[in-house]
Design a protein around this ligand. Sequence first.
Ligand code: IN0
Length: 411
Amino acid sequence: MAFIDWVLHPTELWAAFWFFMRHAPPDEKTVKLQVSGDMKRCYDFLEMTSRSFAAVIQELNPKLRDGICLFYLVLRGLDTIEDDMTIPGARKRHLLETFHEIIYQKGWTFKESGPDEKDALLLVEFDIVINEFLRLPTEFQDVIADITRRMGAGMAKYTRARVESLEDYNEYCHYAAGLVGHGLSRLFAVSGLEDKSVGEQLELANSMGLFLQKTNITRDINEDVLDGRCFWPKAVWSKYADSEEHLIDRENRDKGMEALNEMCTNVLQHIPDVLEYLNQIQEPSVFRFCAIPQVMAIATIVLCYDNSRVLDGNVKIRKGEALKLISQATTLDNVKRTFYRYIEQLERKNQPDNPMHNQVAKIIDRTKKDIARTLKGGAPVDFTKEYLVLILFFFTITTFFYSYLTEKSSF
Ligand code: IN0
């Protein structure tokens, strides 16, 4: 993150300072220290697959921590096989459809991953994950195996089917992420840390997954098309381009932007379910585990809206912004304030001449009303600008005063 970014976003600098104060080693080490052998190796894998999210999983309540760490690694294993374009179709489908049995096979490892698979090591030493999986309480194993079976079958189907209609799009995202919401919600309930109704409200849990998956798919269009795959539904992009390549082509940029904005609008429809799901969660470490990816997603999708850079390469939110979001995802009210702030940012980006303007404006109005109605103290007022002016004011006063004093003393 460039120096200027920190100067222009002092609240993020503050958040970064706090984050590093709180996460300065050896605290993470203490968690690892408490676990030994294969489970310690599993936390190493977690660090390798996603550094920032690994910390959030390690802060989970001990009743859930190892179970969710292993669920995450099993899903990352499945994901690595699905993403691997070097594995022949039939072999890949067989692996995806039987992965829910493979996780019970002690000693199973996989050394056929392609050279560009960043999590290939996880599969090379997957026998370690299986050892720890088999040590989990059976009710945890049953949930993880059930979700792995249904996700594997769904992914296998879409290795030979394309995402044509909006129904296909919702179905694919259900298999890839909605089912993760189902599995996590059932583990939260089985652990006793959340009410058992959380394990039943699976429509809300599905929306939690769809909000994340659709944000990733919308953001990664350039990278996916260049890799020869596309998860944007044809029913959407074919209105604006003759092919996936034409969609990201600079020659066709205006139409490409209309397609991008329609995809961003599709993601926003899941916001009410996301806030309603988070409203159920009582245990603080579970709440943060669920809320952090959601606030990252709202920041990412607002960044993608009407942003031509998405079609040219992948865009990411600033590191400082991510740390600020993590530090503020503590309570439902704070998360609502964060969503409200980004919805206001979206409102500023939603130009009247944008074909999606009216549809997006409706979602903005409804979301702001819903949040303002349920938030203590009503609609949040963003004082950042006021702070900045104040800081600037004091800065000029002190410099003026200082130069006046130095001048007076030089006489
Ligand atoms: C996740 C989700 C996740 C967390 C909490 C509640 C969820 C409810 C429903 C669905 C998913 C839920 O969070 C992670 C976040 C993550 O890994 N972020 C990465 C960034 C990234 O893009 O990889 C990071 O480095 O911060 C997530 O994105 N997915 C995930 C996978 C497994 C589990 Cl157990 C939980 C991936 C996906 C595809 C969205 C489901």
